[in-house]
Design a protein around this ligand. Sequence first.
Ligand SMILES: NC(=O)c1ccc[n+]([C@@H]2O[C@H](COP(=O)([O-])OP(=O)(O)OC[C@H]3O[C@@H](n4cnc5c(N)ncnc54)[C@H](OP(=O)(O)O)[C@@H]3O)[C@@H](O)[C@H]2O)c1
Length: 325
Amino acid sequence: MNILIFGKDGQLGKALQATFEASTAFACKDGVRFVYLGRAECDLSKPDAVSAALDQFRPDCIINAAAYTAVDAAETNELLANAINAGAPERMAHYAVQHGATFLHYSTDYVFDGSKEGPYRETDARNPLGAYGKSKAAGECAIEHAFLHATQGRYAIFRTSWVYGEGSNFIRTMLRLAQERDELKVIADQYGVPTSAAWLAEVSTALAFDRHGALRSFPSGIYHAVPAGETSWHGLACWAVQEASQAGMQLKIDTGAILPIPASAYPLPAPRPMNSRMQTTKLLQQLEAQADVSEWGYGAVALLRTPWNVGVTDYVRTIARQHTA
Ligand SMILES: NC(=O)c1ccc[n+]([C@@H]2O[C@H](COP(=O)([O-])OP(=O)(O)OC[C@H]3O[C@@H](n4cnc5c(N)ncnc54)[C@H](OP(=O)(O)O)[C@@H]3O)[C@@H](O)[C@H]2O)c1
């Protein structure tokens, strides 16, 4: 079995590699070949490069962790964002349909406009506010379209939000600023769910592989994938600073110096959804249906039920340890 992973140098790409390397399911499995590609090996903005990689490695499973993720820059680079976020996954989806492969892809809360009162469901209408969200929504549509009359192959699109891992992200920025400044102003009226890249790697691969490392069947479609609970950017900043401080990291401020502001006071080139909450019942039910107590899928069920701040605490403690070492 060949497993081809695009985006090896991103937060999720690195987490996927760590997940597969740590997994007992793949530890002694012969005949499984993992191929990890970054931008240098395959530039997803070049359609021929995507096709060449697929033809060369002939994957039974494609995992696309790559994306154009510069939300504000996308406003002035719409063509490039579209090529990477819609054109490339479309090719991957067509390959999966033609060759009966499994395709795992990742999308975002930014496909929604954020005007809904409660959590978004998978079936809610897409209405992206900015160019990044539009390109990711176009990617979702292209995959759905490619699989419309498919008689073989399957796909999952995991919609997630506020990802943090090995790389630049909001939490790292807040901790750096908390070391430099006397006061922080952070948006308190946009709500979502912080999601660890490691968490996402584990949950998403649990849908597609069984405990023996074999591909398994699941209903193709979109799955919302975030931990339990919700918070605002301000709530996340306060939690991260509090946990870092408790873990011994030297900061200039405590949570009292993190002031809540409305999003309207911090305008950015690309508008963000005010509400990014997503309901995860569909993924939870599917994982429960395919899990028993001895399977790694069971761990994924527990992960889906785990509140977001558990992952943030682990993450911040790791950063604090690196700082104090
Ligand atoms: N980050 C978030 O807050 C967030 C929220 C919701 C959804 N998501 C989705 O989650 C997935 C993973 O995100 P992430 O946080 O891991 O993103 P990330 O850290 O920005 O990683 C994206 C990776 O894509 C690669 N890439 C960009 N353009 C490319 C190109 N032309 N050819 C090949 N590779 C290219 C980047 O390569 P370089 O390393 O060379 O730049 C980078 O390694 C994405 O689908 C994203 O849309 C992310």
